[in-house]
Design a protein around this ligand. Structure first.
Ligand code: SF4
Length: 322
């Protein structure tokens, strides 16, 4: 199965680039709907500017096996974020504004091509939505230069309908993290409003676009929806409700990844209910619910995983030009 964007007509691609640029002029790429003109230098909730900023890019082996087991995921970690999670493991790039390298779509396309040359099995766009216009143009340019890897859209499910319409036909694998099933928790711990209805809507649209999770004969992810869910202490993530929603309103043919890697990072150490690890009783009950609901393709992190996967972006490769 070839990547979606390879069959997208160039005229359609160019129209999307134009529309995406307009969306930045009255920014509504995510559900914050700041309605500011980022092309004129105005900064919204995410603080992302006009030019894309990449914190680091690398072959990444830490994703789920179908995304990383063969050549590794070609991960591009974008700076800034539409969430301000108090427990963010990536806070060095999402919330601390030390990384100032703005890059052009051409430079971004060259990163994609370098990852392909290094043997990556996909292009894994991590926290991409606030730079969607630049990303669409970069994929268009990279396609002209021979990019053929599937595109993975690794996100927090807070996309607007506008953003999902723009990226339709370009993304192959959506990988949203369905983070909460309670709006007050989303507001308190991540600073976002109306998260639950937004995430439900976004995940339904994603599924309508790409369908169930599919792997090729070698076991590599090539198309579909893979939903992640990070279990939080004290049932703060609403894990049981998230699973029931996915089973009842999306389908058992999605990929499902249950993550135990929560660790009290960043500001979470100051918040009593978050300053702890996930209780094994809660985690085991979540895993039992996954099994009872009959999802066909699941990846379950072992509870001991909470001590690994903590990236240090101070020591990762930062983009340094073309
Ligand atoms: S991407 Fe979202 S948070 Fe950032 S300026 Fe646009 S609407 Fe606001």
């Amino acid at each position: 199965m070839s990547a979606n964007y390879l069959s997208l007509d160039n005229d359609v691609f160019l129209k999307k680039i134009e529309e995406a640029d307009k969306a930045m002029a009255n920014c509504s790429l995510c559900a914050h709907c700041c309605a500011l003109n980022r092309n004129a230098g105005e900064l919204g909730f995410c603080a992302a500017g006009k030019d894309a900023q990449v914190a680091c890019w690398q072959i990444h082996r830490g994703e789920e096996p179908p995304l990383a087991e063969k050549g590794g995921a070609g991960a591009i970690f974008f700076s800034y974020c539409s969430f301000k999670c108090v427990y963010c493991q990536n806070f060095q790039i999402s919330q601390q504004k030390k990384i100032k390298h703005g890059i052009s779509p051409k430079q971004l396309s060259s990163i994609m091509l370098k990852l392909q040359m290094q043997g990556a099995q996909n292009i894994d766009l991590v926290s991409p939505t606030h730079f969607l216009p630049q990303i669409i143009e970069a994929i268009y340019l990279a396609k002209q230069q021979g990019l053929s890897l599937p595109i993975v859209y690794n996100t927090n499910a807070y996309e607007s309908k506008t953003a999902l319409e723009l990226i339709s036909g370009i993304v192959d694998i959506y990988m949203p993290d369905f983070k909460y099933f309670d709006d007050s928790a989303a507001l308190k711990y991540s600073g976002v409003k109306n998260y639950v209805s937004t995430a439900k809507q976004a995940i339904k649209i994603m599924y309508d676009q790409v369908g169930g999770f599919t792997v090729d004969p070698e076991g590599c992810a090539c198309r579909g929806l893979l939903v992640r869910h990070l279990v939080l202490p004290e049932k703060l993530a609403g894990s049981f409700e998230v699973l029931d929603f996915l089973r009842q309103e999306i389908g058992v043919d999605i990929g499902l990844s249950i993550m135990s890697q929560y660790s009290p990072c960043y500001q979470a150490r100051e918040i009593p209910e978050l300053n702890r690890k996930v209780d094994s009783g809660l985690y085991n009950a979540v895993v039992e619910r996954v099994e009872a609901l009959g999802f066909e393709q699941c990846w379950i992190q072992e509870l001991k995983s909470s001590d690994i996967y903590l990236p240090d972006f101070q020591s990762s490769r930062v983009f340094d030009g073309d």
